[in-house]
Design a protein around this ligand. Sequence first.
Ligand code: BGC
Length: 745
Amino acid sequence: MNKTMKAETAVSVPTKTDNARRVETLLAHMSLEEKVAQLAQISGAPWNEGPDPEEIIRERGIGSILWLNDTKRFNELQKIAIEESPSGIPILFALDVIHGYRTIFPLPLAMAASWDPVVAEQAQAVAAKEARAAGIHWTFGPMLDIARDARWGRIVEGAGEDPYLGAAMAAAQVRGFQGEDLADPERVLACAKHFAGYGAADGGRDYDPVYLPETELRNVYFPPFQAAVKAGVGTFMSAYMDLNNVPANSNRWLLRDVLREEWGFAGFVVSDAFGVGSLVVQGHARDRQDAALRSLKAGLNMDMASSAYLENLAGLVEDGSLTMGEIDDMVRPILALKAEMGLFEHPYVDETLLDRVVARPEHRQAARRAAQRAMVLLRNEGGLLPLAKGQQNIAVIGPLADSMEATEGSWMVFGHKSAAVTVLQGIRAKLPGATIAYAPGPEIHRDIPHPFGEFDMTEKKPIQTPEDAEAAFQTAVKTAQNADLVIMVLGENADMAGEFASRGSLDLPGRQEELLKAVSALGKPVVLVLLNGRPLSINWAADHVPAILEAWEPGTEGGNAVADILFGDVNPGGKLPVTFPRSGGHAPLYYARTLTHLPEDSPRYYSRYWDSPTTPLYPFGYGLSYTTFAIDNLKLSAAKIKVGQAVTVTADVSNTGSVAGDEVVQLYIHQKWGSDSRPRRELKGFERVTLQPGEVKTVSFSLGPDELGYWSTNAGRWIQEAAPFDIWVGSDSLATCHAALEVVE
Ligand code: BGC
């Protein structure tokens, strides 16, 4: 490092007024070409097809670089920007750091299953520390898309189906990434994505169009995004798909009217990758120039990787289609955030920092605790779990049992080498003296390879032949036969959920269920551990396998966390953040539907499938424990309140079993009638509590205008009505502990 490349240390940064002055001074002096460059994010990846980074930085600077994960290179490019570009504006280095940089945490869907926003905040704070030490300033997270269709692969990246839980997880993740102050050198800038509606893609097919009426957007899909704005998120990413026939990347109503004017968002918006250029392919823009014009007019500040802004914006100003003022308005928040982060004073990263930061033992501890808290016990017949540590002869079976990739899951940062503790390793570490046999059984793979495979330079293993798969199947059954207890680790590979990973079926892929049946037929006790990134329709297992632990894609410490739970060092307390449907054909399935004229409890209930139950396999909010709980004594501070007032709801939760454990107490409401039909149940409060055997706690929730109001189609605005409400408190969305509330004028 030379003298100008001073490392980031505890920083003193200028005041807000100094920053604002700096931005205006820069804007007054920058050329149009430089301004346009600040509106561009270019690729730093080896497969880069865009402009050469060094050349463009030297000539006119650049707003941001993505898809580069190389600390030394960050400093080299930054040095060119600071010392050689005309205005010396620092570059924002951006990368997808979704659930950890080096220490990998459970995927966001799993983190939501913890129902513990504090643990989600801590996870993203660790991710921020590691990423920032590597030189990354900005992450493309959190992903805040509500997803109610389990076929959609990206369901794994969000907090599930519910706006209330989603909003809590959104705010927590923003706080974790950004901290209190953007100038904190151990934090990164967050990005709320993908604005908005992406999770409702038709048929769960990635990128397919989305048709959502305003009532759905405002009541269901927007709340996590608005929570992110309230938590101070610095940036937004617009989505790829058409929202009601207008691509989100050029949707003025979303980007200007809602985001900026209504919500007061003052940061900047980046497109999704290549999104501006894609407007042409999507049949929205005539050509790339038209695409650039439409997006900029719509309020999109930064073009991710398509170069349509770089190629066209200057010309559009010159021919009068855009004014310099419009360009300045788009550049201003980008420069402001660079200034607020202290990048003008501290543009470089200390190249020796990363190794020290990733070695911090507390990062691994945090990852293990997060994984423990995220896991959901789905079944435990006859109290098979927890297993005794004296178990001496165990078979661990399944294609995911020793897979580091499946344990860490999808969305790794570029160049990440998995170092996860697998379930097999975790069990071996827990029982050092025991005989633990292992057989993977037949491999599983996608019918159509994942496109990211093209970028992965590692040598690909040929797909197992049917003969080899059969031999692996028989070996697995034989291995199980020789054991006293079988732990099966099944689910989906890392590349089976995430982007480009939608499915029609929700069954266990490959021959996994067949193997589960064959092993179960041996008559030994069987525990099923699921590693997966979406709800799976494990109908047979739900009826026949006595113990099932949903471990999701639990991260670097995942195998240890599984062993902690299986052998009783930790009592599971996670709850499902999504409904588990009984088949792909049941999706989308979610709990917060409105009533029909022939509801389930009516004697003439016809709105069901004639070939399968319409009830979910597991309901939203569901999860068991090694102990039992009772939730009762539900009280309202008033049975009647006026519109605009709040009521306090309290209930007692007691641990009625014999070991300590966690219960997530959940509050649901239903407005019985009004201008619009309201969902039969809506989550409006939750709290995860730890209780010793026999201990009782009183939990308390407040229901005020925010919880009791809604956006009404009939009124065309937010309203709160005088109406009767049902209130339920319980341990999942089928809660039965009930009280009535009357809201009057
Ligand atoms: C994804 C985004 C991601 C971006 C940059 C896109 O394909 O949809 O979620 O942040 O790539 O990697």
